[in-house]
Design a protein around this ligand. Structure first.
Ligand SMILES: [Zn+2]
Length: 123
């Protein structure tokens, strides 16, 4: 499947750092980087991934969590299909983005987030 990673909020140097770390999780990313000479201008990356989106998300979270130089939250973009966005914790409030503590889903208000998070308690 085709997955998207939006790195437009990530510092330029961290983009390389992140992609390098991601290479260890996904050979697909290494192949992608070998093909590309330049990074996409909008810093939105597309990868072909041989598993589900949730599996992809798991790997990306693991990559970010295990690299102590990367201080980002991984958010699932609610407006685009199969898209993960990396955000700096400081940027979140400014952007009016609220992230579910359980699954990373993005809400646009505190209330929406609260309603969403409540759903997790029923599982
Ligand atoms: Zn959630």
């Amino acid at each position: 499947m085709r997955v998207r990673v939006d790195l437009s909020y990530v510092d330029y140097n961290d983009v390389f750092q992140f992609l390098e770390s991601l290479k260890h999780e996904f050979p697909e990313v290494g192949e992608y980087l070998n093909r590309q000479k330049n990074l996409p201008e909008n810093l939105v990356f597309y990868f072909d991934f041989n598993d589900s989106f949730s599996e992809f998300e798991k790997h990306v979270r693991k990559t970010v969590d295990s690299d102590k130089n990367l201080h980002y939250d991984v958010a699932v973009d609610s407006k685009e299909d199969n898209t993960l966005t990396l955000l700096k914790p400081d940027d979140l409030e400014q952007l009016g983005i609220f992230i579910c503590e359980f699954c990373g889903a993005v809400s646009s208000s505190e209330e929406e987030k609260y309603i969403h998070e409540r759903a997790h308690y029923f599982f």
